[in-house]
Structures are given as structure tokens and as C-alpha cells.
Design a protein around this ligand. Structure first.
Ligand SMILES: Cc1cc2nc3c(=O)[nH]c(=O)nc-3n(C[C@H](O)[C@H](O)[C@H](O)COP(=O)(O)OP(=O)(O)OC[C@H]3O[C@@H](n4cnc5c(N)ncnc54)[C@H](O)[C@@H]3O)c2cc1C
Length: 383
């Protein structure tokens, strides 16, 4: 690409959100020119490939929140697209377990919340759990039949390929640098190519799905709100081969009162178990959310082995130190507004004259599950 180019729609970022948005817009508008700009050499190498790959049912989110809305819609869209296009998935279900009777009231609160979100959950007592392999030591559990796992890379590949077939232009190794102008007819944006050489694009629809960078992109577009994305690491320890296929369902403890879902056990489509993610704020004040060092396993992470083992033993009592090893780290794009943690997705839409822009901020979990619903809805907003 050279000097100044016009396309109808520019999408910044090719994580699961950017891919879904490009896919749905290109399906709805076959003649629209669409460019997806991505700073990395390929799609989905940041948060979208460093997560648990869980298709969440939508149990915990606040009633009427965007998380509750998009998770419920998005999960059904994921199951549907996976079934129709041979994308590997497993609707394995999940148990939220308790280890003693005192925790029962917490389970009931979760069930009530799920009820408001129209999510199906069933309570199983100790007697019922004793009939299920490797669950007999739990006191009680909630069973979520609509939770599952998927091969998120295959889903992203499918979205990218379908969008390319619909003439979407993916421009890799190209970073959004700044918004230069927003006049009545077009946005004018500056992009840096892989050699940091600037070039310019004009467009009338501008979509910011830049994940950990979305606050900076939004600010460059003149959004003055006092928000910032801070990185919150989530570490995973995997379990040795001997625990392969140990559980047939995902196993979650009660949510952590300090935030998050509690260190849980999920598995991939090959049955390999992992513990995590935990919550590690240690870099949030010192590092930019996009700092590559956040993904590296450091000395402190290795020291967490005992903490993971302790959490893991509540789920698999026979677990030993040598059964777990540090595997990988994902980074949550935690959004702070006026210095307060913002618990929901924040979607800012700006329409003036012929121009439309939308900024997706703080798309943490259940962002993977919600992506298709968000992408589809954005495609219905633009013209
Ligand atoms: C530890 C962890 C576990 C999770 N588990 C789950 C789960 O089990 N289920 C679930 O539903 N959700 C889960 N999530 C949430 C989910 O992974 C995210 O919500 C989702 O991947 C966000 O996708 P995205 O496209 O917004 O961001 P990203 O995947 O980060 O994509 C953003 C893209 O924008 C690009 N970009 C950034 N700045 C620029 C720029 N200036 N120019 C060009 N390109 C740019 C980046 O390179 C990147 O490719 C988890 C998240 C974490 C961190």
C-alpha cells in the first residue's frame, strides 16, 4: 500500500473480535471495501490465543450487562458455526463444586444469578456426584450443560479465510499509529508499515478492536473519557500426561472473592488438563498492557507452583508437585474508568454525518464466547 488509499471500513486488530467483525460485515456487504490492519505477522496471536478456550454459558455476569447479553447470544452462535463448518469443539459441560456444606449458600446465589441470565444450571448433591467418575469427594455441585470448549485457532482461521473469500483485505505487520483527521466525509488515519514507514488510509467506518491497545486507539480518536487498560496476567500450570482425560467436564471452584472465577481445571480437545488462570496484578502499574515481557514465565511464576498445587488439590486430592508445570500466561485487558475497575465490556459508538466509529474496550472474558454476537451486531449498525 502507498500514500493515501480509500476503503469503506477499517478494522484495527485481528484477534477474535476483529476477525468476527470483518467476517459479518463482509457477509452483509459483499461490495464494501474492508481492510483489517494488524501489527503482528498473522491473526490472533495475543489474548485470543492465550486463554482457556472455554465457551462460557453466561452464569456469573450481572443481569443486563453486556457480558451477560453477548455471552448468551455468542455461545449459541459459536456452537452453530462450529457444527456447520467442522470446527472442533466439545460441549462437555462444567461443574462448579463445593468442598463443604458451608459453601452451599454461595452455590445458590450463583444459581439465582444464572436464572436471571436465563442460563440453565442443575444442583447435584454428594450422592449424585458419587456416581460420576472422580467427583465423589465433592459435597455438592452445580452442573452447567451449555459450557464447552473449542479449538479457537480453527475458528479464527475459518473467520479469516471466509472474510478473505468475501474480499476483505488483511494487512499484517501494519500498526495503527494515529487518527489524523475526522472531517465530515472521512476519517484519515496514519498507519506504520513493518519498516515504520507511515502511509495513510481514508475510511468512513472505523472499528477499534485493538485489544490491549484499544484505549490508546480510542484516545487518538479524540475520546476524552478518563480510562486506561491495565494488564492483569493469568498464569496456567498444566498437568502431567497421567491426568489426561481425568475429568470429562470442566471443574470450577466457587469464584474468588478477590475477583475471577477461582483457579479452575479446564482441558483442551486432546484431554490435556490445566489449572488456571490465576490473577497476577504485579505488573499492572509498571508495565504497558502490550509489553511482551508480560507473557514470559518469570521467577515469581515458578514460585507460584505451591499455590497452584494447593488449589489443584482441592479439585484432585492426589495431585503432587511433580504433576504440574508452568505452561503459559495470558493478559487480561482490565479496563479502569476514573481509576475504578470497570466490570463490563465498554462499547463506545460515535456517529456523525456519514461517519461511524466504534471502540471495543475491556473485552476480557467472556470475550471469546461473545465475539460472534458482537461482530454480528456491529455489522447491523453500519451501512
Ligand atoms: C487468561 C485469559 C483467559 C481467558 N479465557 C477465556 C475463555 O475461556 N472464554 C472466553 O470467552 N474468553 C476468555 N478470555 C477472554 C478472551 O480471550 C478475550 O476477550 C478475547 O480474546 C479478546 O479478543 P480481542 O480480539 O478483543 O483482542 P486480541 O486477541 O488481543 O486482539 C487484538 C489485536 O489487535 C492488534 N493490535 C493492537 N494494537 C494495534 C495497532 N495499533 N495496530 C494494529 N493492530 C493492533 C493486536 O496485535 C491483536 O492481534 C480469556 C482471557 C484471558 C487473558
Amino acid at each position: 500500500m502507498n500514500s493515501e488509499i480509500y476503503v469503506d471500513t477499517v478494522v484495527i486488530g485481528s484477534g477474535i473480535l476483529g476477525l468476527s467483525i470483518a467476517y459479518y460485515i463482509s457477509k452483509k456487504f459483499p461490495n464494501m471495501t474492508i481492510a483489517v490492519l494488524e501489527k503482528n505477522p498473522t491473526f490472533g496471536v495475543e489474548t485470543s490465543s492465550r486463554n482457556s478456550e472455554v465457551i462460557h454459558a453466561g452464569i456469573y455476569y450481572k443481569k443486563d450487562s453486556l457480558k451477560a447479553k453477548y455471552c448468551k447470544l455468542g455461545r449459541e452462535m459459536i456452537y452453530d458455526i462450529c457444527k456447520k463448518n467442522s470446527i472442533p469443539f466439545n460441549k462437555c459441560g462444567k461443574f462448579i463444586i463445593i468442598n463443604n456444606d458451608e459453601q452451599y449458600s454461595k452455590l445458590i446465589q450463583i444459581k439465582e444469578n444464572a436464572f436471571y441470565n436465563e442460563v440453565n444450571l442443575k444442583y447435584l448433591d454428594k450422592r449424585e456426584l458419587s456416581k460420576i467418575e472422580n467427583l465423589s469427594h465433592f459435597t455438592g455441585a452445580l452442573w452447567s450443560p451449555d459450557t464447552g470448549i473449542l479449538d479457537s485457532h480453527s475458528l479464527m482461521k475459518y473467520l479469516e479465510q471466509s472474510a478473505i473469500e468475501n474480499n476483505v483485505h488483511f494487512v499484517y505487520k501494519s500498526s495503527f499509529h494515529k487518527m489524523i483527521d475526522m472531517n465530515r466525509d472521512a476519517y484519515l488515519i496514519e498507519i506504520l508499515d513493518e519498516n515504520y514507514k507511515p502511509y495513510h488510509i481514508k475510511c468512513r467506518n472505523f472499528i477499534n478492536s485493538a485489544g490491549l491497545n484499544s484505549d490508546k486507539v480510542a484516545k487518538s480518536c479524540g475520546i476524552k473519557d478518563n480510562f486506561k487498560i491495565k494488564p492483569c496476567r493469568g498464569r496456567y500450570f498444566s498437568l502431567s500426561y497421567k491426568y489426561k482425560n481425568y475429568f470429562k467436564n470442566l471443574i470450577y471452584p466457587l469464584p474468588d472473592p478477590m475477583g475471577g472465577l477461582g483457579t479452575h481445571i479446564t482441558f483442551d480437545l486432546n484431554g490435556k488438563l490445566k489449572l488456571g488462570p490465576d490473577i497476577d496484578w504485579s505488573f499492572s502499574e509498571t508495565h504497558e498492557a502490550t509489553d511482551i515481557d508480560l507473557y514470559k514465565i518469570n521467577q515469581n511464576d515458578l514460585l507460584c507452583q505451591d499455590k497452584f498445587l494447593e488449589s489443584g488439590k482441592k479439585l484432585i486430592p492426589s495431585l503432587k508437585t511433580e504433576d504440574i508445570y508452568p505452561d503459559y500466561v495470558g493478559v487480561r485487558p482490565k479496563l479502569f474508568v476514573d481509576n475504578n475497575l470497570y466490570e463490563d465490556f465498554l462499547i463506545k459508538e460515535i456517529t456523525n454525518d456519514n461517519l461511524f466509529s466504534i471502540h471495543l474496550l475491556g473485552i476480557e472474558s467472556p470475550g471469546l464466547t461473545s465475539a460472534l454476537a458482537i461482530g454480528n451486531e456491529i455489522s447491523l449498525k453500519i451501512n
